[in-house]
Write a protein that binds this ligand. Structure first.
Ligand code: NAD
Length: 418
């Protein structure tokens, strides 16, 4: 069965899961149940291209676990998307929902496509067809979609519209991360990055350090990376290096984040900024800095480069950026890793707020959204750090154990059907 999902991302997720289960002493039947996602849907999406031809794209929607409530998870558009990666990400979402004590199970979706190669019309047709193909298993009380790498509020708007057209009425709660004007929440777009900045602050305080003046390097400058950079620089950090898929820049005196965000929004690249040295994505990871924030694809901190990292702390903005082997090396080197399911939970939490607002058709102010987000992020950080010192485990193990335990307890109470 595991063969079906065979991929480095899935194997990594299983390795970390098994380690957490061993320390938790979780019962064997639960371990077996949680290793395999509950539902896996593979779809093929034929799309009429602008030149008149037809291309068929493969898409996935995987629901890892429905014990705590409807499933929740992003949809990724990236050429490397495969079933194993989506399964791993859906599993991670289950533990993230458990850790954040939200009434959701974990899910993830994706299409193997490079969205940059498609025109806007082609992207819309692909998105609408994918939404229709996964229709049997989604719904505001079944499985709620969200943005991830390569998708954005516009893509969410098309998904919401497609679902609503098939239902015959507007259904805002089917997706989160949609534009505010059609029922999105204030603050969702920057929520993940703001959350990463909040957790970075908590982590530094935990180690008796102060945020102002900290040198930060960020790998990936999309939704998560750019908003993390913006919030951390507003909090007084010096952003010394950033990168996108085309390469990075480095300036030890600091990089003007807003300028680069403006360039990227207008279709430019990070390296278009000339007042900095050019670095490759690989070089950026080993730059001397205080905090390294991977905020792009998974598996970038590996067994190979982890011994060369020159940061004092890693805060995972991306999902699964550190392999299990690299994690072990960093632990031995005394470099704390603040794990993804804690550090980037801000997006999920504000997605939960958006879902609640959509169901109630009653909308909150940005001030309220961020106040509630901050409260919850601080609470989760405290739980993770307290549990880590009580059990003498790493922050990753602590977060995973808390998340897994939440789902396991609910599973035991609900029992097996039939
Ligand atoms: P995005 O598409 O907005 O941005 C991705 C960034 O990574 C871009 O700058 C892109 O150029 C860069 N990139 C892509 N491939 C790269 C590579 N091989 N090397 C270096 N850089 C590369 O995506 P995002 O929404 O910011 O998501 C980034 C990560 O954060 C993903 O792992 C995603 O799962 C995770 N995440 C996102 C959210 C969210 O709310 N968007 C929430 C939680 C976690």
């Amino acid at each position: 069965m595991y063969e079906l999902f065979k991929s480095p991302a899935y194997e990594n997720a299983i390795k970390q899961f098994e380690k957490a289960c061993e320390i938790l002493g979780l019962e064997e039947w639960l371990i077996e149940r949680f290793k395999i996602p509950q539902r896996t849907l593979v779809v093929s999406c034929p799309v009429r291209m602008d030149d008149g031809g037809v291309r068929v794209f493969i898409g996935y929607r995987i629901q890892h676990n429905l014990t705590l409530g409807p499933c929740k998870g992003g949809v990724r558009y990236h050429p490397d998307v495969d079933m194993g990666e989506v399964a791993a990400l859906s599993m991670n979402m289950s533990w993230k929902c458990g850790l954040a004590e939200l009434p959701f199970g974990g899910a993830k979706g994706g299409i193997s496509v490079n969205p940059k190669e498609l025109s806007l019309n082609e992207l819309e047709r692909l998105t609408r067809r994918y939404t229709v193909e996964i229709l049997p298993i989604i719904g505001p009380n079944k499985d709620i979609l969200a943005p991830d790498m390569g998708t954005n509020p516009q893509v969410m708007a098309w998904m919401m519209d497609t679902y609503s057209m098939t239902e015959g009425y507007t259904s805002p709660a089917i997706v989160t991360g949609k534009p505010v004007i059609i029922g999105g929440t204030q603050g969702r777009e920057e929520a993940t990055g703001y959350g990463v900045a909040l957790i970075t602050h908590c982590a530094l305080e935990h180690f008796d350090k102060k945020l102002p003046g900290m040198r930060v390097a960020i790998h990936g400058f999309g939704n998560v990376g750019s908003h993390t950079a913006l919030h951390l620089s507003e909090m007084g950090c010096k952003i010394v290096a950033i990168s996108d898929v085309y390469g990075g820049i480095y300036n030890q005196t600091g990089i003007p984040v807003e300028k680069i965000i403006d360039t990227v929004r207008r279709g430019g690249r990070v390296q278009d900024f000339k007042d900095a040295d050019k670095v490759t994505n690989e070089e950026l990871l080993t730059i001397s800095c205080d905090i390294l924030i991977p905020a792009s694809i998974g598996g970038v901190i590996t067994e190979k480069n982890s011994s060369q990292l020159r940061c004092k702390m890693v805060v995972e903005g991306a999902n699964g950026p550190t392999t299990a082997d690299a994690d072990h090396i960093l632990e031995e080197r005394g470099i704390p890793v603040i794990p993804d399911i804690l550090a980037n939970a801000g997006g999920l939490i504000v997605s939960y707020f958006e879902w609640v607002q959509g169901l109630q058709e009653y909308y909150w102010s940005k001030k309220l959204v961020f106040k509630e987000l901050k409260k919850r992020m601080h609470k989760i950080f405290k739980r993770v750090s307290y549990y880590a010192s009580e059990k003498k485990v790493s922050p990753r193990m602590s977060a995973l154990m808390l998340g897994i335990n939440q789902v396991a307890m609910a599973k035991k109470l609900r029992g097996l059907y039939p």
